[in-house]
Design a protein. Structure first.
Length: 225
């Protein structure tokens, strides 16, 4: 990962997405482009925060006039995401070179946990725009229904191929389970298709191990240690 570029960009708007997730739209530097699924190192342009760089994934499309991040804030410690939750339009971020996190390689299975949905938001928005959503399947796991990021939009892109799993809470419309071997064997029709996995460390390592045993070759990104 190189960090030769640095751009100071002004936040244009901030919208709530869930109780702890916000979308941040901000200025796009001239000629700045990325592939859906790519990320950059971000810091806040304020004293004490400029060197605190954290990776975030673009959820906008290249043809939009602005850039967008969709960010989950952790308020239990005073890190960058907590500080991001205090920002207002007009405040500034510093963004850097784009780098590959996860890339689309064809129709298959997306498995996301929490904020791990963000690279898939970019990829799915692009597929929808290109009329290429096809029979891609999404399995999106969260603690509760209120944690599901962009539920309506994911439904509108994927229809019945968006599957939600919650690990806590009793809403019977949602599968209450963990994504384990039994679940994958019941749900997955073709283990030779591409698998894209993104989420917390433990979820990725557990699911990748099972998928590899079942003959798959998963493409994964760890979002939280
Ligand atoms: C390639 C990539 C792309 C990403 N894209 C996105 C994205 O688009 N949207 C998004 O929301 N996230 C994304 N993430 C995750 C995001 O980078 C992290 O949530 C962020 O770096 C956390 O920064 P922080 O300063 O708030 O937490 P840090 O202080 O850096 O802590 C990192 C993690 O350690 C744990 N932790 C550390 N200290 C404490 C503490 N005192 N109490 C409790 N927990 C603690 C937390 O689990 C936390 O997530 C991405 C990660 C990667 C690797």
């Amino acid at each position: 990962m190189s960090t030769t570029e640095e751009h100071v960009v002004k936040i244009l708007s901030i919208q709530p997405v869930t109780h702890n997730v916000r979308s941040y739209r901000f200025e796009k530097p001239a000629g700045y482009r990325f592939h859906p699924g790519q990320a950059t190192e971000v810091s806040i342009n304020k004293d004490g925060w400029r060197e605190e760089k954290r990776p975030f994934t673009f959820t906008s499309l290249n043809e939009w006039p602005h850039l967008e991040f969709t960010i989950k804030s952790y308020s239990d410690h005073k890190g960058v995401t907590n500080e991001l939750s205090t920002l207002k339009p007009g405040d500034e971020l510093i963004i850097r070179d784009v780098w590959g996190a996860i890339a689309y390689k064809g129709e298959g299975y997306f498995i996301a946990g929490g904020a791990g949905i963000t690279p898939f938001i970019a990829i799915l928005r692009q597929l929808k725009k290109d009329n290429k959503v096809g029979s891609n399947q999404l399995y999106f796991s969260n603690k509760t229904v209120s944690d599901i990021i962009l539920h309506d939009e994911l439904d509108s892109i994927l229809g019945g191929n968006a599957h939600y799993i919650v690990t806590e809470g009793g809403d019977s419309r949602y599968k209450k389970t963990y994504i384990n071997k039994e679940f994958l064997l019941a749900e997955i029709k073709d283990f030779k298709k591409p698998f894209y996995i993104c989420g917390p460390d433990k979820m990725i390592s557990d699911i990748s191990k099972i998928l590899t045993e079942l003959g798959a070759d998963p493409n994964s990104v760890v979002f939280e240690k």
